[in-house]
Design a protein around this ligand. Structure first.
Ligand SMILES: *Cc1c(COP(=O)(O)O)cnc(C)c1O
Length: 363
């Protein structure tokens, strides 16, 4: 282990996982809890796996303070399938749903919902280049729900206060890229979903938190794998679940509790993101952030350099310095640093030291 070379990983997704979690998975890989098999090889109906999924749920309930009238599910399809499933399950026939569109992912969520029925944009900031969290909303008081994307991963925008839907309109949230990054008040939400591979585990599992009354909306005759009500009633075990991915998110939840829970994790996340934003702000315009300051994500930090040529050089030299995954999404261009929970303060320090050094040489 002494010559183990781990990258400083700023990948946007799949993203960094805590070293302790990977080491535990490695230690348990060949003989899980005395079974003589890996967790991938045991029955999803065994008592060992039952303990895995039940502990994962209990730890998540503890971390997020999930009230007892909410169900937790571990499903497949990524957040992208749930764009469609949310519309199929939560929007009654003939009703319309509202979507706040302020980045690439919320735009896709609305597009998927429109394929299956009526949906409208309660705001759309694309004309401004998706660089803010909209201040004013045009809300439908009769909407089936109001959907928003808590953190726009590509454009680096985060809601720090939830939008307020009209009375009686449930709030639905794609929280894929800031899931378990800080405490939130679950009681403000009717339904949340998160692809695990950004901040909470490997790809292959999507975590769902659904208030009981939302499950009563599922219409008859949906194919069973698209039917939240049935999937919830089966405890996410209607068919073979992504058992290894569920095991891994369970280890990440345990790790998060060991860090002191979400308040402690938020504190570290604010330090890390603050270091990068300060470096951008103190660069005299050499580095330019994409997001308006009050919408700056704590998880994903897109920024530009003075030229595309310098951006290419930056990415190449960063890689030589073991700083990986910094190339931005083509729609925004430039660089993007994703500083998820598992990125350490040491990693963020290595990044800002490199940024300052790079500016000195090239500024
Ligand atoms: C990555 C991402 C998605 C898509 O997730 P998949 O699990 O790949 O389908 C959706 N929403 C947000 C906010 C994301 O960051």
């Amino acid at each position: 282990m002494s010559d183990l070379k781990r990258a400083y990983n700023f990948n946007p997704g799949p993203g960094a996982l805590p070293l302790e979690v990977l080491q535990q998975a490695q230690a348990e890989l060949l003989d899980f809890k005395g079974t003589g098999m890996s967790v991938m090889e045991i029955s999803h109906r065994s008592k060992e796996f039952e303990a895995v999924i039940q502990t994962a749920e209990a730890d998540l309930r503890d971390l997020l303070g999930i009230p007892s009238n909410y169900r937790v599910m571990f499903l497949q399809g990524g957040a992208t399938l749930h764009f469609a499933m949310v519309a199929m399950n939560l929007r009654p026939a003939g009703a319309s749903a509202d979507y706040i569109v302020n980045g690439a992912w919320s735009k896709i969520a609305l597009k998927e919902a429109k394929k299956l029925g009526t949906a409208r944009a309660a705001a759309n900031t694309e004309a401004d280049g998706f660089n803010s969290v909209p201040a004013s909303l045009d809300l439908d008081p009769k909407a089936a729900y109001l959907h928003f994307t808590a953190n726009e991963t590509i454009h680096g925008l985060e809601f720090f206060t939830e939008p307020t839907p009209p009375a009686g309109v449930p709030l639905v949230c794609d929280t894929s890229s800031n899931f378990i990054s800080r405490p939130i008040d679950i009681s403000k939400y009717a339904f949340l979903y998160a692809g695990a591979q950004k901040n909470a585990g490997p790809s292959g599992v999507t975590v769902i938190i659904a208030r009981d009354d939302m499950l009563e909306r599922t219409p008859e005759n949906l194919p069973v794998m698209l039917d939240y009500k049935t999937l919830a009633a089966s405890g996410s075990l209607h068919n073979t679940p992504p058992s290894f991915a569920i095991y891994m998110v369970g280890l990440v939840f345990q790790w998060a509790k060991k860090q002191g829970g979400l308040a402690a994790i938020e504190k570290t996340n604010r330090i890390k993101a603050g270091m990068v934003y300060d470096t951008i702000d103190q660069s005299g315009g050499f580095y330019r952030g994409h997001a308006k300051p009050d919408a700056r994500s704590l998880m994903n930090i897109p920024f530009r350099l003075p030229s595309e040529e310098l951006e290419d050089t930056f990415a190449k030299e960063a890689k030589k310095n073991n700083l990986i995954g910094l190339k931005g999404h083509r729609s925004v261009g430039g660089m993007r640093a994703s500083v998820y929970n598992a990125v350490t303060i040491e990693g963020a320090t290595a990044l800002v030291d490199f940024m300052k050094e790079f500016q000195k040489k090239n500024g």
